[in-house]
Design a protein around this ligand. Structure first.
Ligand code: C2E
Ligand code: MG
Ligand code: MG
Ligand code: MG
Length: 282
């Protein structure tokens, strides 16, 4: 009896596993096809200067736009793409499109000096030619490398730190700024920070969101801003959803804000309209 029950459990488990594997396999084929037909594209979310209120930069956030028009968010495909090694190709396409967009905005708004930051997965640092890929994307778009920024999270420093630090140095030699994303949520924020060549801290949205209702979060945000400034870095607050949060950050001397209070990520053409209205007042 116990034996047959055990077997029944296995069969249920097997069937569930089988279903999961089939879905993963189908998804893999879909991602490969989507890469070929260029269904991955960047949405752009503005990052505003808290002094001037103007857009200083945009973060490029990948969306999978299916032929049906359906938009799939990165949480639904990035983890599998990372596991399958397909994140490298998605990342390369994102870099190319972001560089092309920099070129367009440089021509349309030369005085605004708008930057675009591109998220890099830790897995992409396993490619020895990552720096060459970035160089090529910059050269093909004919842009100045200083308008490109790269976002990484602290978690990439968990392994192979020396090789990664060296790649980050090479980016910085080119004038490409490194943004430390989701700051405050990683393991060793403080011990890594001083040997980690980044130029900008992005305070994780989870602290910003709790800022109004708990003094702990308020103090954490204030302390990260001071820490960043003491280390000669600029600080961006992510996940700014309310006017109250925006004002608090401004009074803390935080440099930049990003979040739904300003705008959600949007397609390139809408971002162009946003720049025109916000920075040129048209
Ligand atoms: P992230 O880099 O930390 O990006 C910020 C996320 O917060 C974005 O979600 C953005 O839409 C969302 N967000 C912005 N403002 C607010 C706000 O005020 N409130 C709330 N609740 N959320 C806000 P998204 O676009 O779904 O991206 C999720 C994550 O996926 C990103 O987190 C990043 O880790 C990853 N990702 C996105 N694009 C790429 C990419 O091209 N390559 C790689 N490797 N990862 C990417
Ligand atoms: Mg990011
Ligand atoms: Mg972030
Ligand atoms: Mg985040």
């Amino acid at each position: 009896r116990a034996k047959s029950q055990g077997r029944a459990k296995y069969e249920i488990f097997d069937r569930a596993m089988h279903g999961t594997m089939l879905r993963a396999l189908k998804m893999e084929q879909e991602i490969r096809r989507a890469l070929d037909s260029h269904e991955f594209l960047p949405f752009y979310q503005p990052i505003v200067d808290l002094c001037s209120g103007k857009v200083a930069a945009f973060e490029a956030l990948v969306r999978w736009k299916k032929a049906t028009g359906e938009l799939v968010s990165p949480a639904e495909f990035i983890p599998l793409a990372e596991e399958l090694g397909l994140i490298n190709q998605i990342g390369q396409q994102m870099l190319q499109m972001a560089c092309a967009q920099i070129s367009t905005w440089q021509k349309d708004f030369p005085a605004e000096a708008l930057q675009i930051s591109v998220n890099l997965s830790g897995k992409q640092f396993n490619q020895p030619d990552l720096v060459d890929q970035v160089d090529r994307a910059v050269a093909e778009a004919g842009i100045d490398a200083q308008f490109l920024e790269l976002e990484i999270t602290e978690s990439i420093l968990m392994e192979n730190t020396d090789a990664i630090v060296e790649m980050l140095q090479r980016f910085r030699e080119r004038g490409i700024r490194i943004l430390m994303d989701d700051f405050g949520t990683g393991y060793s924020s403080l011990s890594y920070l001083h040997r980690f060549p980044s130029n900008v801290l992005k305070i994780d949205g989870s602290f910003v969101r709790r800022m109004g209702d708990d003094t702990g979060s308020h103090e954490i945000v204030r302390t990260i801003v001071l820490l960043g400034h003491n280390l000669g870095m600029k600080v961006i607050a992510e996940g700014v959803e309310t006017f109250e949060q925006y004002s608090m950050l401004k009074s803390m001397d935080c440099d930049y804000a990003q979040g739904y209070h300003i705008a959600k990520p949007m397609p390139a053409d809408q971002a162009t309209t946003f720049i025109t209205q916000r920075n040129l007042g048209l």
